[in-house]
Each structure stands twice: as C-alpha cells, then as structure tokens.
Design a protein around this ligand. Structure first.
Ligand SMILES: Nc1ncnc2c1ncn2[C@@H]1O[C@H](COP(=O)(O)OP(=O)(O)OP(=O)(O)O)[C@@H](O)[C@H]1O
Ligand SMILES: [Mg+2]
Length: 219
C-alpha cells in the first residue's frame, strides 16, 4: 500500500471514529442555538463508513475519498449530508490518482472548502465549519512553505482549528438552523467549527502514534 493511501485511511478513519464517539457532545453543541441533530447526523453517516470500511474502493487516495463522500451523502440527512459529502467528494476529485504531497493536500482542502461554500451558500464569517476549515488550511499552507515536517504540520493545523473554533463564539450565525436565532447565536461556539477542531486534535494524536510505529521518513 502506498504511504499516501495509508495516511488517507488514517485520516478518514479518525474522522469517522471521532464523529461516532462525539455524537452526544456535537448534538449538545448544536442544541444551544440549532436543532440539536448535528451529532446524530454525523454519527449515522460515519458509522456507515466504518461498517463498510473493508469494502470501500481504495485503488488510490482520490477514489477512496470519493467513495467515502458517497456513503456520507447517502446516509446523512439535513444540511450536513450534502456539506460533508461534497467536501469528501471534492477532496477526492482534487487528489486525482496521484500521491498526496503537501501541495496536493492544500489543493484538496481548498477544493473541499469551495464545495462547501457552493453547497451551503456560506461565506467566511457566517459562523459555520468553514470558519475553522479555512484558517486551518491557510496554516497548513504556511507551515509547508516554512518546511515543517508532516507531524509539525498536523499539530499546527490542530492548534489553528482550535483557536478558529473559539473565534466563532462572538460571531452571529448567518447559515443553517442557528441563523434563525439571530443575535442569540452570539456567545456560543459553532458546532461544526468545534467538530473540526475536535477531529483535528484526534488526527494529530493518531498521526504521532502512527509515526511512532512505522519508521517512514517524512516527505
Ligand atoms: N449553509 C451552511 N453552509 C455551511 N455550513 C453550514 C450551513 N448550515 C449549517 N452549517 C454547519 O453545520 C452545522 C450544523 O449542522 P446540522 O446538520 O445540524 O445543520 P442545521 O443547520 O441544523 O440544519 P438541519 O437541521 O436542517 O440539517 C453548523 O454548526 C455549521 O457549522
Ligand atoms: Mg442541526
């Protein structure tokens, strides 16, 4: 198996497991100003990914991501299904059949962000998961340009995702159910942005663990 595929699998599995493990927490976050279904939606979609894990086409990282996106889209209802499904699909399309290096990773994330923006009609500052994803992607690009190794890049991404999620607290929600509450949405963290931060913290942990078990060199 290629290193890129192994890393893609590690990341997707960690996202899926984190979504399942945090069903209650993510639901509670969404319940503050939304309708509380976010944790349930995410968990049902990603539990399907885990159930079908061995059968997902893993010809290359791009195919693996696209197939994962299709499972998510077919399983998750509401707003999050199309949004998360599109994100995986777009990342997979940007991956193509190539190995995933740093530049390609950034292209994949930018593509996922564009897909989410198109699907959700959302912009930066609307108090959505984009407000964590975009700063995180910018940080990854900056760390790669500075020559950081992969573990440092992932740790930096997690740090920025956490700070960016916190930064959604004073924002007013302009998309999703939370937007119905208007000014009342100020003062609580966005559930989607917080989910991105929690997922990144887990990916950073998993990445370090894996680096400890296999002695591959960082590209
Ligand atoms: N239009 C949108 N574009 C991008 N992200 C969105 C949008 N609407 C909601 N989100 C993100 O999704 C999270 C909530 O997901 P959830 O699936 O609960 O959607 P929702 O807004 O409650 O809508 P519904 O209950 O109809 O699915 C929010 O915290 C936000 O980060
Ligand atoms: Mg909701």
């Amino acid at each position: 198996m290629s290193a890129s595929l192994a890393r893609t699998e590690l990341v997707v599995r960690t996202i899926a497991q984190t979504a399942v493990d945090n069903e209650t927490y993510f639901g509670e976050l969404d319940a503050v100003v939304g309708d509380g279904d976010f944790g349930y939606s995410l968990a049902r979609g990603f539990e399907k990914v885990l159930e079908g894990w061995d059968d997902i086409d893993r010809t290359d990282p791009g195919t693996f991501l696209k197939k994962t996106g299709m499972i998510i889209s077919s399983r998750i209802g509401g707003t999050s299904g199309p949004i998360w499904g599109t994100a995986f699909l777009r990342a997979g399309m940007a991956a193509g059949s190539e190995e995933v290096d740093g530049a390609r990773l950034v292209a994949m994330l930018r593509s996922a962000v564009e897909g989410i923006m198109a699907r959700g009609q959302a912009e930066l500052g609307d108090k959505t998961l984009l407000d964590a994803l975009v700063p995180m992607t910018d940080r990854i690009e900056a760390e790669l340009a500075a020559g950081a190794d992969s573990a440092a890049v992932v740790a930096a991404a997690a740090e920025t995702a956490e700070q960016a999620a916190e930064a959604t607290i004073p924002m007013v929600a302009r998309r999703g159910r939370a937007a119905y509450t208007g000014e009342r949405s100020r003062g609580s963290v966005d559930a989607g942005a917080r989910a991105v931060a929690v997922i990144l913290a887990q990916i950073s942990r998993a990445w370090t663990d894996q680096a400890g078990t296999d002695k591959e060199s960082d590209a």
